[in-house]
Design a protein around this ligand. Structure first.
Ligand SMILES: C[S@@+](CC[C@H](N)C(=O)[O-])C[C@H]1O[C@@H](n2cnc3c(N)ncnc32)[C@H](O)[C@@H]1O
Length: 871
């Protein structure tokens, strides 16, 4: 195409600048229509060619490669993926199923979708719900079975509709329409050891998803899957009720799935269906599933859903858990709404690997000690952990034996809410027992426990029980009734024989909504004059709890503190940490007979060991009858936990021993024994020796602490022994010096039941009584030996704390064997030290002892001086 010379309208100039003539104008270019069309055509063709080449290089090539890789992987896995003859992955022939609505109206929804460039996926598939007309009513599968049921009639098909509720055993008869709360159920499942081919096949996965959805009576509106590179599939199904999604790792044999549905119906029954449909086994070992379940959103959770069960095991991805039973009563009775039993591996101690090894007979450690590695079986009532097989023995031993041993001779025992049978098993280990009455409201709980926890009521190894099952022992009477009904209707407020020991294994009466006052009053009618009452209190208090008044545990604290009002002379609490709960458990023991029960409660280990061997039936096998409980365990219960004291003192900051606290103040001087002399008392020759300061001693100093912490202590049993020996051998026998020493140089108290004595192991044992309020040590008391009133003064009772007037864990933790005294004012050099003997007289002998002191202060011969003169 040659340029056409066209005239220049302004005229051209030649090289000399002259204006040229029109004939001399330059070339003119003429653009024809044909030229333009040709240009456009050629440009379009060029752009198309460049685009095509670029696509081949940049997109189709790699994609083709990915698809080919994918195809190779599939064919190596034996998958049913097919490529068209062109080899283009877009032409994959997938037999993906459509979600189908049978005889259901198409839900009204607004569908929106946003896609990013998905061209790098090896496959992209979406399917939308289609409607299939049918004359028969829609059928849905019962999870875990091959049976179908009528989905239109949810009442007859309660196990199908969006998951089944636990088996309903009783109905209130009222139908409640579900309120549509913004809440739902979320099931998370991870399955491993799944067949790779299955995990790479979108068709098979999608079919499994549709089956799961169908099994639960859910409505799948659409689903969208991406086959990923290098492998794996991601799918999301949109449900009318929310969503289902999963992701697969074919080469690792893993699928993770989650299903979320709105509404309150449980998805738990679906676990089995998902496991069955998605857990296509890779090897003969079968798939392994871990799952967790959450109740989500802002709904109307039941108390069970808020309790232990929904934290563990249901809410936790554990290696092994299996529902054994789940039953629900549809009543308003929140006490016993639901019973669940689960088998679980305890993640802290057990692994699935060890469990599997224990099942083989390969002589491995695990196979030799199968019982250690087997799953734990746990019973939940209304979602609250009640008992677990792995710790039931320590639990029931801790519940039963301390109370039984606090009684000298427990013959009649009443068990309240101890339906499982394990408390009965422990009671029947005591040779003294002649009658056991069990009052149990929950007959069904008893039968479930007997069936699923047979070892609880197994008495076959007990030499003292003729029957294999504890319930069949002729001494046992089981009454299925509410305790109040039973007491009222059948016993007119209880007029039967009293019980020596009453054991309550249900915090409902004391910590729940019930009136604990009514309950305690009933117990106090049923218990004998020397009876012992024990109740489990639930999770032990911890150091961070507020005072009872501000605590959610207020009822419990109030209940414990109310016991003295019902005739209990001493109330103690104890804790045990090895009961299979996440926190230590607290028990409370209340004694009708202060002396007997507290003496037994605090008896020394050797004595307790002896009593155990005398009172407990041996086993037929020769194994120990008691597993966790022994004398040392009992000793561990003798002091309440510090947390118990701390919380009590938060509630009662002024109560005995709360303001003082425990321990020694390092700021206070500790005066050594060398600062004191022992010589004739200033009280006169009838008073014998006294203690004098040989240097100035400041107020509040500790006196001879290093020695004072090692007193000579006669515990009640030892004190008894000495008294008995003197009675038997006579006052002339040298043994009498022991009695003399413990009585006249010691502080006689009854903190631990019967009389006991603590004697200072240094010269402080020579301290005399300061007559007429002359005491300069220890505590200020306004009452003196000249007081002759018959009623014991309150201030004396307060310092004479016998652990009976009130429940007081701070006092129980006080080191009663320590008799340290401090000066009430600065003492001068040469001054005699006096304490107030009134602080330590025996309250039971108040009148005699105060009279004797009065006489001595009036110059009568002192006991010590009299004794020494006789000798
Ligand atoms: C713990 S000892 C004190 C040391 C005793 N004074 C001594 O000579 O060994 C208690 C005995 O001291 C005597 N005693 C203590 N205070 C007394 C007092 N205020 N008046 C008379 N005798 C007293 C009594 O004999 C009493 O039994």
């Amino acid at each position: 195409m040659a340029p056409t010379r066209v005239p220049n309208g302004r005229g051209n100039k030649d090289s000399n600048g002259r204006q040229g003539t029109p004939q001399d104008d330059g070339f003119r270019v003429k653009v024809t229509t044909r030229f333009i069309i040709l240009c456009l055509l050629s440009c379009t063709l060029l752009a198309y060619a460049v685009g095509k080449i670029a696509r081949l290089i940049l997109i189709d090539g790699p994609h083709q490669q990915l698809a080919l890789i994918h195809e190779q992987q599939l064919s190596s896995l034996g998958g049913s993926y097919e490529l068209s003859s062109t080899g283009n992955s877009r032409d994959h022939v997938m037999k993906l199923p459509n979600p189908v609505l049978k005889n259901k109206p198409i839900p009204n929804t607004i569908y929106t979708s946003m896609n990013f460039d998905t061209s790098r996926s090896s496959s992209i598939n979406s399917r939308w719900v289609v409607v299939e007309e049918s004359d028969s009513p829609p059928q849905i599968l019962v999870p875990g079975t091959n049976q179908t049921c009528d989905a239109d009639n949810v009442e007859t098909c309660s196990s199908c509709s969006r998951g089944k509720e636990p088996v309903v055993i009783e109905s209130s008869g009222e139908d409640h329409e579900e309120v549509h709360l913004p809440a739902g159920q979320h099931l998370l499942m991870d399955i491993r050891n799944v067949q790779s081919e299955f995990l790479a096949s979108e068709e098979r996965l999608a079919t499994a998803m549709l089956d799961v959805v169908g099994d639960c009576g859910l409505t799948l509106l659409s689903y969208h899957c991406h086959g990923l590179q290098p492998s794996g599939v991601s799918c999301v199904g949109v449900l009318l009720e929310s969503h289902v999604s999963f992701h697969t790792w074919p080469s690792q044999g893993v699928v993770t799935l989650d299903l979320f549905t709105c509404g309150s119906q449980s998805l738990l029954p679906i676990v089995e269906a998902v496991e069955r449909l998605f857990g296509v086994p890779a090897t003969s070992d079968g798939p392994e599933t871990v799952w967790a379940y959450k109740v989500r959103g802002f709904g109307d959770e039941t108390s069970a859903e808020l309790a232990d069960l929904f934290t563990f095991p249901i809410g936790t991805m554990t290696e092994y858990k299996k529902e054994i039973i789940s039953i629900t009563k549809k009543t308003d009775d929140i006490k016993r709404g639901r019973i669940d039993v689960y088998d679980v591996l305890r993640p802290t101690y057990q692994t699935f690997e060890s469990y599997k090894r224990s099942l083989q007979n390969d002589n491995s450690y695990e196979s030799q000690y199968k019982e250690i590695f087997q799953p734990d079986r746990i019973l939940y009532v209304n979602g609250v952990l009640q008992s677990r097989r792995s710790a039931e023995v320590p639990y029931h031993e801790a519940l039963v034996h301390p109370g039984m041993f606090a009684h000298d001779n427990p013959k009649r025992v009443l068990l309240l809410s101890c339906g499982g049978g394990a408390a009965l098993r422990e009671v029947l280990k005591h040779k003294t027992v002649e009658k056991v009455v069990m009052i149990e409201e929950e007959k069904q709980l008893v039968s479930i426990t007997r069936e699923l926890f047979p070892e609880y009521s197994d008495c076959s190894t007990n030499q003292g029980v003729a029957s294999a099952n504890c319930f069949d022992d002729s001494r046992v009477e089981v009454i299925y009734s509410d305790i109040f009904d039973w007491a009222e209707k059948e016993n007119k407020g209880y007029t039967g024989d009293a019980f020596d020991v009453i054991i309550l294994d249900d915090s409902y009466y004391v910590a729940g909504p019930a009136e604990y006052g009514d309950f305690t009053s009933l117990v106090s009618k049923m218990i004998s004059d020397r009876g012992v009452f024990v109740a489990q209190m639930g999770q032990a208090p911890n150091l961070n709890l507020p005072s009872a008044k501000h605590s959610v545990m207020k009822n419990r604290f109030d209940f414990i503190e109310s016991l003295p009002q019902f005739g209990f002379k001493s109330v103690v609490d104890y804790e045990e940490g090895h009961l299979g709960f996440s926190k230590p458990w607290q028990f409370v023991a209340a004694f009708r007979d202060y002396e007997m029960s507290r003496t037994n409660w605090f008896s020394p280990i050797s004595h307790m060991d002896l009593v155990i061997s005398q009172r407990i039936w041996p086993t037929k096998s020769g194994d120990s009858s008691l597993v966790h409980f022994d004398a040392a365990t009992m000793q561990g219960y003798s002091h309440p936990n510090r947390a118990s004291e701390v919380v009590f003192c938060r509630t009662h900051p002024d109560s005995t021993f709360c303001p003082e606290g425990h321990g020694f103040d390092p700021e206070r001087p500790n005066v050594p024994a060398t600062a004191f002399d022992v010589r004739a008392s200033t009280l006169g020759e009838n008073a014998g020796r006294g203690v004098f300061a040989n240097e100035e001693i400041s107020q509040f100093s500790y006196l001879t602490l290093d020695d004072a912490v090692h007193p000579v202590y006669f515990n009640p049993l030892c004190f008894d022994l000495v008294t008995k020996m003197v009675a038997k051998l006579g006052h002339e026998h040298k043994i009498q010096i022991m009695q003399f020493y413990s009585l006249y140089y010691g502080h006689v108290t009854s903190f631990h039941g019967r009389q006991e004595s603590t004697v200072d192991s240094n010269r402080m044992c020579f301290l005399n009584h300061g007559c007429s309020g002359k005491s300069n040590l220890s505590m200020n008391l306004t009452v003196t030996e000249s007081f002759d009133g018959s009623e014991i003064p309150q201030e004396f009772l307060r310092i004479q704390y016998r652990h009976g007037d009130e429940y007081n864990p701070a006092a129980e933790r006080f080191p009663t064997s320590l008799t340290h005294s401090s000066p009430l004012r600065d003492l001068k050099e040469g001054e005699e030290l006096f304490i107030n003997y009134l602080a330590a007289v025996n309250a039971n002998k108040w009148k005699e002892e105060i009279a004797s002191l009065r006489d001595q202060c009036n110059g009568a011969l002192g006991d010590v001086t009299a004794y020494e003169r006789e000798k």
